[in-house]
Design a protein around this ligand. Structure first.
Ligand SMILES: NC(=O)c1ccc[n+]([C@@H]2O[C@H](COP(=O)([O-])OP(=O)(O)OC[C@H]3O[C@@H](n4cnc5c(N)ncnc54)[C@H](OP(=O)(O)O)[C@@H]3O)[C@@H](O)[C@H]2O)c1
Length: 310
């Protein structure tokens, strides 16, 4: 099976096309003939060797957390059928490796049908970041009418966080550069403030009492605390451990917790179909050009996801 993998940690150049044994679906699993795999920031972290344990055995390790394609093998006890067009969240540190592969095996509950009217390339941009935004919102547990701030709002996680929060009935204040202001407004933010290290101060200027919670897609960590009201919540996506202040609760969002949440993934599908969640593709690359896609992602400024095609 053709895959894009690393055998050593490093820059984009360590991503190479390899031939690895075809995986098979065990009980509770499905195998997807992958058409599209999104390129996420976490894939660059994987490639750079943060998960060294995997690399040290010298075997190819396959990155990628988002796949879309057609089911071509089903294990015992799953309700999926060969031929179903699906999207899946993939855990690359799991037993079958990541999504940058012609075929990937995932648990049946990591899969949902692709949204009607979406292509497989578009669908590949939804599972991982959509589920991450959903998990952050569930952790923050705000009610209708409460306020959420979102940083990194023009990004994949940030964009989904805005759109899902609006569907939850929240008021959203989000950050943007000058160039991204119309994009972030179009995603549904009620108020847009200029991004940057001073974003907390800018949010406080608009909302003097502070927001009820903040979803920190820009990974500003402690720099955003001042935007949050006493006793509010902060969802972080890169493991920041605090300390917080003024009784603010820190929520560590790790999407692996929702990797088996079929209901949440299928709800995202429905929200795309209802026009409530937008799938944004910046560009597609042949899988062999994965190094180029990683270089482009790491350069910053990409709006919408880059997607590898197999
Ligand atoms: N823990 C988890 O389970 C989990 C899951 C998904 C994502 N994540 C993490 O969440 C983060 C966001 O992911 P993503 O896919 O949304 O990335 P993305 O699409 O690249 O979006 C990040 C956004 O933040 C902006 N940004 C960067 N530095 C900033 C700053 N100092 N102030 C304001 N904005 C800034 C970026 O702008 P530029 O492009 O102009 O730099 C971009 O618009 C990443 O760190 C990712 O690894 C974690």
């Amino acid at each position: 099976m053709r895959a894009v993998a690393i055998t050593t940690a490093g820059g984009p150049e360590v991503l190479e096309v390899v031939d690895v044994p075809e995986p098979h679906a065990g009980p509770g699993e499905v195998r997807i003939r992958v058409a599209a795999a999104a390129v996420n920031p976490t894939d660059t972290v994987f490639r750079a060797g943060w998960y060294r344990r995997e690399i040290e055995d010298g075997l190819p390790d396959i990155p990628g957390m988002d796949a879309a394609g057609t089911i071509d093998e089903v294990g015992e006890g799953v309700s999926w059928s060969v031929g179903d067009e699906v999207m899946a969240i993939v855990l690359p540190t799991g037993p079958h490796g990541g999504a940058y592969a012609a075929q990937v095996v995932v648990p049946g509950n990591s899969v949902a049908r692709i949204p009607e009217g979406s292509t497989l390339v578009e669908a590949a941009t939804l599972p991982m970041n959509g589920l991450t935004a959903r998990l952050s919102l569930d952790q923050l547990a705000l009610g209708p009418g409460q306020t959420l701030a979102v940083t990194g709002a023009a990004g994949a996680y940030g964009g989904y966080a805005i759109q899902l929060a609006k569907q939850d009935g929240l008021t959203v204040i989000a950050d943007a550069s000058d160039a991204d202001e119309s994009l972030v407004s179009a995603l549904g933010a009620d108020v847009v403030v200029r991004r940057g290290d001073e974003v907390a101060h800018r949010i406080r200027t608009v909302l003097p009492d502070g927001v009820d919670a903040l979803a920190d897609g820009a990974v500003l960590d402690g720099k955003v605390l001042a935007a949050i009201r006493d006793g509010g919540g902060l969802a972080v996506v890169r493991g920041w451990k605090g300390p917080t202040e003024r009784g603010i609760t820190l929520h560590q969002t790790f999407v692996s917790r929702y990797a088996g949440n079929h209901e949440a993934l299928d709800r995202l599908r429905q929200q795309v179909e209802a026009g409530q969640v937008t799938l944004r593709v910046a560009d597609t690359y042949d899988a062999a050009d994965a190094p180029e896609a990683h270089r482009r992602l790491e350069a910053g400024g990409t709006r919408g996801r880059l997607v590898l095609t197999f």
